[in-house]
Design a protein around this ligand. Sequence first.
Ligand code: FUM
Length: 595
Amino acid sequence: MAAYTWVDHTFDVVVVGAGGSGLRAALGAAQAGLKTACVSKVFPTRSHTVAAQGGISAALGNMGEDHWQWHMFDTVKGSDWLGDQDAIEYLTRNAPAAVYELEHWGVPFSRTEEGKIYQRAFGGMTRNYGEAPVQRTCAAADRTGHAMLHTMYGQSLRHSVDFFIEYFALDLIMDNGVCRGVTAWKLDDGTLHRFRAQTVVLATGGYGRAYLSCTSAHTCTGDGGAMVLRAGLPLQDMEFVQFHPTGIFPAGCLITEGARGEGGYLTNSNGERFMERYAPTVKDLAPRDMVSRAMTMEIRDGRGVGPNKDHINLYLDHLDPKILHERLPGISESAKVFAGVDVTRQPIPVLPTVHYNMGGIPTNYHGEVLTKVGADPDSVVPGLMAVGEAACVSVHGANRLGSNSLIDLVVFGRAVGLRCGEKLEVNASQPTLPKGAGDDHLARFDRFRNANGKTPTAKLRDKMQRTMQDTCAVYRTGPVLNEGVERMKKLWAEAPDVRVTDRSMIWNTDLVETLEFDNLLGQAVVTVAGGANRTESRGAHAREDYPDRDDVNWMKHTLAWLDLKTGEAKIDYRPVHSNTMTNEVEPIPPKKRVY
Ligand code: FUM
């Protein structure tokens, strides 16, 4: 192995990731007076939150009556009763304050005539426990994530968060079950860094790029989730992968659900508004799992549009061009660029596309990472927290409602900052790192840097993405999922034959992509294994061979560990928290989901 040297740093808190949740967590820790670093592989305002379009949910009631209890009910129901109700109460109760905080920091929300924050309708968000759609999603046109990210980056600088930009995080420094820090590679000068911290917060986002077609940026490779697997800790509910109904066909870029929130609708080749059949009350504003399944059924039954009858039309041409210009400018442009359509005159061709990972690093609602130790399913991993799409807190359960992601980022990002403020002492002395801390990280790094096999990373990645797309899609069956497990096993065995041609340490994108592929592969393995294992249908996990939800046997979270030698998943479970956080609301008992 080449000789490498570390540059050492010590902080109270190190946040890995500078998207919405990472910035909010870093900002909160810094506000508590803690010496806080934020380590990010991209410039903060290029983090994937920047691509979030339609909005952030909170029961502000600006467009009509609304209550956080209704939001809580919708979120539990949307999750198909796999969400933890204590965490969902925490989310929905704290959502309005989190949005007002953003407003006061300067997020340029769209406005109503009276100057209040504008809110639009989104899927599964209803008034009075499912009666009719409600306008609960606060929007900055269709560039809400962009507005939030820029505002929070400014606020983080104001609170003196120390940014380490274009540092690729490698692995967690674990010491007898305690997280002591994290290592990273600085991409622009090739130096290697060890960050020692009282607490490491993983805010590294989802792993959408395990699939071929997704709305996620190329950087969404679930780096934190992979670090957790390599640390011998489990990931939770990875089989639940959200397909967003309206990815532009065939490019896969996002057309916000806000398009339907503003009155857009889907049609099949008969020109029929088919969602009226699948969800008679809320129609096109049903939750994403239902709309994606309905679109897939229409296409399967020969009612897709286009020469190959392989997609669906989204109509916006009946909307006032002024509204399109004011509220949906971004997607009007995307439709032009990626599908060549003028939304004022033509429908947008759309198809369900991978958008979000409900699963991730298990945490409680303070953001503390959990693992199962003996009979204790909620054992906290000292020194390690996770937040945002990287985490599974679990407020989204088996299916996330649109616009509940941005609110998850800021509510739980804030919770992490508060918890750090409560639990950590400013500038406390920290034990020296164990001898050789990070040596195993360097060994992995060096192995990939000098990988001299015959298969380029791109070829292996393509195989993984096609396997996920073929075997773990909107509808699943046991035989196809098992085929996915077998294909992943084969790929795991082939992966050591990877070839990296660039040996340099500076801006080595070949090596970055290889490390990212390795991160994706472990998560792809546990995703497909979790899907094969769960013999029921719930939320986004739609098994044709087990079409019903089975609360007796399956109202539980999957925990999946990865055996790094064999590339096989080991599965166990955690109970769903069906209890609420306070006695002020009753738990919501499971029911069949009808919209
Ligand atoms: O459709 C959208 O604008 C996406 C929002 C979300 O995933 O929450």
